[in-house]
Design a protein around this ligand. Structure first.
Ligand SMILES: C=C(O[C@@H]1C=C(C(=O)O)C=C[C@H]1O)C(=O)O
Length: 92
């Protein structure tokens, strides 16, 4: 099992770096939304993004699990963005 766990550890290291990058880009988008007085959530963008990603999941039985994971990513992304927008509002 050690070999498989090493594989998982290597994958997690890539995932955490990508998740940090994704959340940071989200914060940049939050700044633009604050400046342009736009709402936090963009339902159509979220729908299109999920639909597009699901077409990439060839292994059909994994599709619902990947969808759940990305729903959670979107939720957390918006929590980070909301905090950023709040911080910007508080400096006004
Ligand atoms: C990042 C954005 O803000 C929200 C978060 C999204 C995301 O994390 O991918 C997508 C749409 C928005 O609901 C955006 O509008 O692009």
């Amino acid at each position: 099992m050690d070999k498989e766990r090493q594989k998982i550890d290597a994958i997690d290291q890539k995932l955490v770096a990508l998740l940090i990058e994704r959340l940071q880009v989200g914060e940049q988008i939050a700044q633009i939304k604050f400046e342009q007085k736009l709402g936090l959530t963009d339902i159509m963008r979220e729908k299109n993004l999920l639909d597009e990603l699901m077409t990439r999941v060839e292994d059909e039985h994994l599709r619902p699990y990947i969808k759940d994971l990305f729903r959670d990513i979107l939720l957390v992304s918006k929590q980070v963005q909301a905090k950023k927008i709040k911080a910007l509002q508080d400096t006004q």
